[in-house]
Design a protein around this ligand. Structure first.
Ligand SMILES: Nc1ncnc2c1ncn2[C@@H]1O[C@H](COP(=O)(O)OP(=O)(O)OP(=O)(O)O)[C@@H](O)[C@H]1O
Length: 292
């Protein structure tokens, strides 16, 4: 099956600032992918490369097996600020969508507008942030794309609207079998809807993989203080902290942890994301200290 998103050594620089560095991922089609990372990590840059709004500085990117092209009918993109036309009504947005997109699914658009309670006569500029997000998703979904790229689609929404939005998204993806890549800072939300995760920190991919597999292979180990290098093969230390007598390690391990001196705890997705983010932040501090 063709990948939804495949990159090899993908790098993007804005002038001298590197926003995305040597990114190599292969996201299978048919997945709902969460893209997480701190502010400025490069998430929007990756999404804009994927929808053809930006071109790689170096490296390769393929979307649904093709080179990204801006305006592709196969890709729906909702940018971070949920772009809608303030002066147009909801109904006018749908008419414009129908006019611009040969594959426009008018019944789907009408159904979603009714489902989320949008007033067809209201100007988009007078909608709430959450309603604007719903309208932008409706327009992107009614294009009937094979891939939806959503840049922080729920950032402006209250918890109830967020739940409604994600529920609608899950129903839509299940019905249409569409692939989704969605950036967000709200990992708990992503844990509910995503089955694939990419953690991006400081312009680099720290981990990417199937959510179930990530949860099954990451553990917190607590035990007597020791050197993490002694853990043995097949195990990677994501984060380590120590007191005088105790070590706490977040490890990725495909092999079982059978040393009885470790207390082994399961991690949820948020723990895993935070471990990669903390380690990336600590690495930056070490580099800065080294430069002094
Ligand atoms: N148009 C631009 N010109 C110059 N630098 C930019 C531009 N857009 C982004 N950057 C820089 O590129 C880096 C990555 O930005 P990007 O917007 O991709 O991050 P992000 O992970 O989406 O952040 P956030 O979570 O805050 O939205 C940042 O250092 C940012 O300052």
């Amino acid at each position: 099956m063709t990948s939804a998103l495949e990159t090899v050594g993908l790098t993007h620089r804005y002038g001298r600032r590197t926003a995305l560095s040597d990114c190599t991922i292969d996201v299978p089609a048919g997945r709902v992918v969460g893209l997480v990372g701190p502010n400025g990590a490069g998430k929007s840059t990756l999404l804009q490369l994927a929808c053809g709004l930006l071109a790689p500085t170096t490296g390769e990117i393929r979307v649904l097996g093709e080179r990204p092209a801006s305006g592709s009918p196969r890709v729906g993109f909702v940018a971070q600020d949920t772009p809608v036309y303030a002066g147009l009504t909801v109904a006018e947005h749908l008419r414009m969508g129908a006019h611009l997109n040969p594959s426009w699914d008018a019944p789907l658009a009408e159904r979603r507008v009714a489902q989320v309670g949008l007033d067809r006569t209201q100007k988009a500029g007078k909608l709430s942030g959450g309603q604007r997000a719903q309208l932008a998703l409706t327009v992107a979904a009614a294009k009937r794309p094979d891939l939806l790229l959503l840049d922080e689609p729920v950032a402006a929404l209250d918890p109830l609207a967020r739940r409604g939005f994600l529920q609608g998204l899950m129903e839509f993806t299940a019905e249409q079998g569409v692939s989704v890549v969605m950036s967000s800072h709200l990992v708990a939300d992503l844990e509910r809807v995503c089955d694939y995760l990419i953690v991006l920190c400081e312009s680099r991919v720290r981990v990417a993989g199937d959510v179930e597999e990530l949860i099954a292979t990451h553990h917190r180990l607590v035990g007597p203080r020791r050197d993490p290098a002694d853990l043995g093969g097949g195990r990677a230390v994501v984060e380590a902290s120590h007191t005088d007598v105790q070590s706490t390690l977040i490890v990725r391990s495909t092999a079982p942890i059978d040393d009885p001196s470790w207390q082994v705890d399961r991690l949820d997705l948020e723990d895993i994301v935070l471990a990669y983010m903390s380690e990336a932040a600590a690495g930056r501090v070490r580099v800065l200290e080294g430069q002094r």
